[in-house]
Design a protein around this ligand. Structure first.
Ligand SMILES: [Ca+2]
Length: 327
């Protein structure tokens, strides 16, 4: 009877690395500047549109900042404006009387924020108008980045690169087969990508990708990579054997040579003499030992030597199984 022990890599763990782009939120500030032709006096009313919604109520041309705040926050449908702060100062660049600058800070809105659009048709004073300028834009991520692995660098990829394009860019620098999934964006248009490396015997614990974000734009923009799951593939570690419920043997390395295997088995009191042939390594670094029992203790009436039983000690992503080859 010849039990055969085979150590086989059956399931491996893919490496998963995460790339994340973030930026720091910075509230947008828009300036509303009222003016008219030189030596005119500004009066009447204006109102403001935001993002094509219904406008605010009509506001007096010299509206106090508190009044503008209340109307911006409450008049616009669905209150998408969120909270704002408003300050007001005289428009010293304006030659007319009654020109003001309102500074509106959007405390809640993120991403691309449309400009407020004034309706000045009810203002008085020749040439009366309100201009809008963005003093400080809300943070949004833009630009490009690249990734390096094993000193090979991808082409530059846009800040929102589609997963299939990132897959191609990575595979073009020799990563092997990868799958990419993108999530996001967050309020600042920052995305994150999860890259899964298909493990094979040469490529499983992949070096961490290095991200270069020097061409990304946005306040405090940052790109980081980290390993979510370390890839595993190869055999390693050791195992122990029992024979006729006797054991275990000393730990036997996953790649034990014939003499190591023989002495481990013959040290069992249930085994006197075995011969072993070893084949391998296979592509997964596993070996097969064919054990022929020349003499064992306590030959049973059935004449059966029984099965080798196995205990696996940290054989990485491998299953050690004993199979009966023939009797
Ligand atoms: Ca790794």
């Amino acid at each position: 009877m010849v039990p055969t022990c085979t150590a086989t890599a059956t399931e491996c763990v893919p490496e998963i690395q995460i790339i994340t782009v973030t930026a720091q939120r910075e509230p947008e500030i828009q300036l509303l500047k009222s003016c008219a032709n030189a030596s005119e006096t500004i009066g009447g009313h204006f109102r403001l549109f935001y993002n094509d919604t219904e406008p605010t109520d009509w506001l007096v041309a010299d509206a106090y900042p508190e009044l503008l705040k209340v109307h911006l926050e409450n008049d616009l449908p669905t209150k998408r404006m969120g909270e704002v702060t408003v300050t007001r100062s005289e428009n010293t660049e304006c030659g007319a009387t009654g020109g003001y600058v309102w500074s509106v800070t959007f405390l809640n809105l993120v991403g691309n924020i449309p400009k407020l659009e004034p309706d000045t048709s009810m203002m008085t004073g020749e040439g009366a108008n309100i201009s809008v300028e963005v003093l400080r834009p809300s943070t949004v991520v833009g630009g490009t980045f690249d990734l390096s692995i094993r000193n090979y660098t991808t082409v530059a990829m846009p800040f929102d690169v589609h997963e299939s394009n990132m897959k191609t860019a990575l595979q073009n620098i020799g990563t092997g087969d990868v799958t990419v999934s993108r999530s996001g964006p967050d309020g600042q248009l920052g995305y994150s990508w999860s890259v899964t490396f298909t493990p094979d015997s040469d490529n499983y614990d992949v070096p961490l990708m290095v991200a270069n974000g020097t061409h990304l734009t946005g306040n405090g923009v940052e790109i980081v990579t980290h390993t979510r799951q370390v890839g595993k593939y190869d055999l390693g570690g050791s195992f122990q054997l029992y024979f006729r419920d006797v054991g275990p043997t000393v730990p036997i390395p996953y790649n034990a040579n014939v003499s190591t295997m023989i002495s481990a088995l013959e040290d069992l009191i249930s085994v006197d003499d075995v011969t072993i042939t070893r084949t391998g390594p296979r592509a997964d670094r596993g070996y097969t030992w064919m054990v022929t029992f020349m003499q064992v203790r306590h030959w049973t009436e059935e004449g059966c030597v029984g099965m080798l039983a196995c205990v696996v000690l940290s054989l990485c992503c491998a299953v050690l199984c004993c199979t009966l080859a023939h009797s």
